[in-house]
Design a protein around this ligand. Structure first.
Ligand code: ADP
Ligand code: MG
Ligand code: ZN
Length: 476
């Protein structure tokens, strides 16, 4: 057991799902030719003036409310001054001492229970450009991303392990995607995380010196990087060394963190209010209007699915993992009499072919096709096994399950008179076995069921067969 404990605080940058940039009308579409989505404002040409995008403010406020943070009536845009090739203005417009929202929280799973992570602040800022080095002999600066709206969400140092950090990031991404603020796409960089990591002697009230881990673009790597950084710091301190305040990156080949640069302090940025932008004011009415458009949050949905539809916590978790999936399930459940059955079928069949990309999802079938199919199997017209075959035919089509069942000639035999006739045939053809059964050899029951199924070419409804056979074999 280590004598140290880890303290972690996370800063997440999430791109807001606006069509245009935060201070100009340029498109935010991803993956376009470099420098085709730029104008004097986002290029930082002298004299060009920023105009705040209202949609970005609404989305940022939405995120704040979803995280139970308090949206401030007045917030202020500030210039964060630094020099880098991807920042032509020489400053990034961000918010500093007066951020958009303060004091939120988010519950995450931890161990067997839950833990509440406090969110210190949520502020708005613009993204920088991107240096591209893989174009032959030259490097270029692509400013398509410059001015794309971001929110930065900063936690208190409340996380105690790499696993908790991972759980927080997953929960945060889920909630942002759910409320339609962010597409949660780590590979395209629209959800990015910096992790601040320190250690201290167990029980020590004072926090240790922290290291900031930057630009790690997958949940798996974040967890690995934090683990390895904690181990590095433990080794340092137990050897009598000191942790220095710095920014480190993650080398996935060496599986270790490495120094990127010494950490700048806030003073180095010489923040000051941007004179080109007025204070951002949001009235109680504005905030309530935004609150009213918030959809049901994932944790509430999970609780409701468990309560109203008797889903297990695990099933509720899966079916609320994406807003489109939750909607697909709810629509199906509404069209069927048995929500649990719908949940099982969607998890075991539909999910295998569903595709998710950001906030978009594509499903191989529609909720009404699933509901129609489940109705056929519930009424005994087709067996569970046949339902899967029908499903395979429905995938990617708009066909009606009933039509497919008819076409495949697979409707189950449920008509009592027809099933009875088959059972009578089976009993007559196997008189010896019937006598043995009646004399007490009840293990022969399955033999009769099998014989009836053969005679019906697998179409007889097993429930009806059982009932009829019991009647015939018992009554002598
Ligand atoms: P900066 O201005 O350098 O970004 P902040 O005070 O804004 O620093 O804190 C950034 C993040 O670092 C927050 O998530 C905070 O919880 C976390 N943090 C602060 N001190 C520590 C510490 N000693 N160990 C781990 N995380 C810390
Ligand atoms: Mg910071
Ligand atoms: Zn522009």
């Amino acid at each position: 057991m280590s004598e140290y404990e880890a303290v972690i605080g996370l800063e997440v940058h999430a791109q807001l799902l606006t069509h245009t940039k935060i201070f100009c009308g340029c498109s935010t579409a991803f993956g376009k030719e470099p420098n085709t989505q730029v104008c004097p404002v986002c290029l930082g040409l002298p004299g060009a003036l920023p105009v705040l995008n209202r949609a970005a403010v609404e989305l940022a406020a939405r995120a704040s409310l979803a995280l139970s943070a308090t949206v401030q009536p007045v917030s202020v845009f500030a210039r964060k001054n630094y020099f880098y090739a991807d920042l032509p203005k020489g400053y990034q417009i961000s918010q500093f001492d007066r951020p958009l929202a303060l004091a939120g929280h988010l519950a995450i799973p931890s161990g067997d229970g839950q833990k509440t992570v406090r969110i210190q602040r949520l502020h708005m800022e613009e993204d920088a450009g991107k240096n591209i080095h893989d174009r032959g002999d030259t490097s270029i600066v692509d400013l398509n991303r410059a001015g794309v709206p971001l929110i930065e969400i900063v936690t208190e140092p409340d996380l105690a392990s790499a696993e908790e950090a991972g759980a927080y990031l997953r929960a945060l991404r889920e909630i942002l995607v759910f409320v339609g603020v962010n597409d949660g796409n780590l590979e395209e960089g629209s959800f990015r995380c910096d992790a601040n990591v320190s250690i201290k002697k167990k029980g020590d009230p004072e926090l240790g010196t922290r290291v900031e881990l930057k630009n790690i673009n997958s949940f798996k790597f974040v967890e690995k990087a934090i683990k390895s950084e904690i181990a590095r710091q433990e080794l340092l301190l137990s050897d009598g060394g000191k942790v220095i305040r710095e920014t480190r990156g993650w080398d996935d080949v060496k599986e270790s963190t490495f120094t990127l640069r010494n950490k700048e302090a806030a003073e180095d940025y010489r923040y000051f209010p941007d004179p080109d932008l007025p204070e951002l004011t949001l009235g109680v009415r504005d905030i309530e209007t935004i609150r009213n458009t918030l959809p049901e949050l994932p944790k509430d949905k999970r609780a409701r699915f468990a309560r109203e539809l008797s889903l297990t916590p695990a099933a509720a978790e899966v079916l609320t993992s994406h807003p489109r999936l939750a909607a697909f399930f709810e629509e199906t459940a509404m069209l069927t009499s048995d929500g649990l059955r719908a949940a099982n079928f969607i998890q075991s069949e539909v999910l295998r072919d569903a595709e998710f990309h950001g906030t978009v999802a594509t499903f191989p079938v529609t909720p009404s096709q699933v509901a129609g199919l489940l109705a056929l199997s519930e009424s005994g017209q087709i067996s569970g096994k046949q339902a899967k075959e029908v499903y395979a035919k429905l995938r990617g089509t708009t066909l009606d399950p009933k039509a497919v069942v008819a076409e495949l000639g697979m409707s189950q035999l449920t008509d009592p008179a027809a099933v009875l006739a088959l059972c009578e045939e089976a009993v007559q053809a196997n008189a010896k076995q019937a006598d043995a059964y009646r004399a007490g050899k009840t293990s022969l029951f399955g033999f009769f069921v099998g014989d009836v199924m053969k005679r019906s070419k697998g179409r007889a409804n097993p429930g009806v067969v059982n009932e009829m056979l019991k009647r015939l074999l018992g009554a002598s």
